[in-house]
Design a protein around this ligand. Structure first.
Ligand SMILES: O=C(O)c1ccccc1NCC(=O)[C@H](O)[C@H](O)COP(=O)(O)O
Length: 266
């Protein structure tokens, strides 16, 4: 199996090197959105009247190919926000996921809920970039960063007023959690084999630090799974493909959230 993560990270380094030639960090600091007030995803995920779902705008992926090339980022993210999403995740990688920074900024101008920049962050330049394009939260992936890198990048995000979701897949990666990580995400998808196993989140739940909000990521496609994950202590549920592959992702999201509310009010 080809190591897609290594390929993505190598690509990111070339993209960052090129971006630095175009715009310096001080250019990013002067971007119109750079000093806007950040909206806390941790707060939104703790509001009981919201779904806890972080709904992802995802056009394609290495594991699935094209998922949705019909519905615009404006249409989908507005629908998600209006129908009870606790947060949005917008993929800003172009090559592997068909996203862009412009996608995130378009969503930012339309919605007021927290937005996660979903990308492969390996350089502090990308953290400044996240702030400049309107993100509230960054994703750090333990699998492609050292403990020192997580500490540094989460510190930069914290100093810029943003929150950090640290994604991991194994218990050994828990060692990389730093003081400026606000949320720990368990990715149910193995990024080498692409196998998805929801039990991955359940198995690791009790081992996660009590002071970090728990987020389950990937492969979630039904209400029973969310109920099980909630009972295991998860407050956030990152869902992309399940909604994006439907004819009308916004309607599918609305139907799902209503059914979830009915199930949990019984
Ligand atoms: O989704 C992939 O194929 C993928 C491959 C390599 C690295 C990351 C990948 N996905 C990123 C994600 O974390 C998911 O988009 C996110 O958790 C939502 O997952 P899903 O609900 O299964 O679309």
């Amino acid at each position: 199996m080809k190591d897609i993560l290594a390929e993505i990270v190598a690509y990111k380094r070339t993209v960052v090197a090129a971006a630095k030639q175009q715009r310096t960090i001080s250019d990013l600091e002067n971007a119109p959105l750079f000093n806007r007030s950040v909206v806390s995803l941790v707060n939104f995920l703790q509001q009981p009247q919201k779904s806890g779902i972080i709904a992802e705008y995802k056009r394609k992926s290495p594991s699935r190919g094209v998922i949705n090339d019909r519905n615009s980022v404006e249409e989908v993210t507005q629908a998600y926000a209006n129908c009870g999403a606790s947060g949005l995740s917008v993929l800003t990688d172009d090559k592997f996921f068909g996203g862009s920074s412009e996608d995130l900024t378009k969503a930012r101008t339309l919605v007021e809920i927290p937005i996660l920049r979903k990308d492969f962050i390996v350089d502090e330049y990308q953290v400044y970039e996240a702030r400049a394009i309107g993100a509230d939260v960054i994703l750090l992936i333990a699998e492609c960063l050292t403990k020192e890198e997580v500490l540094h990048l989460s510190g930069v995000a914290h100093n810029l007023g943003m929150e950090v979701l640290l994604e991991m897949h194994t218990e050994a990666q828990l060692d990389k959690v730093s003081e400026h990580v606000n949320m720990v995400g368990i990715n149910n998808r193995d990024l080498v084999t692409f196998n998805v196993d929801i039990d991955r989140s359940i198995a690791l739940a009790a081992k996660l630090p009590a002071d970090k909000l728990k987020v389950a990521e990937s492969g979630i496609d039904n209400i029973d799974t969310i109920v099980t994950l909630r009972n295991a202590g998860f407050k956030g549920f990152l869902m992309g493909e399940y909604f994006m592959k439907q004819e009308d992702p916004g309607k599918a999201f609305n139907d799902f959230v209503n059914a979830l509310a009915q199930t949990t009010s019984k």
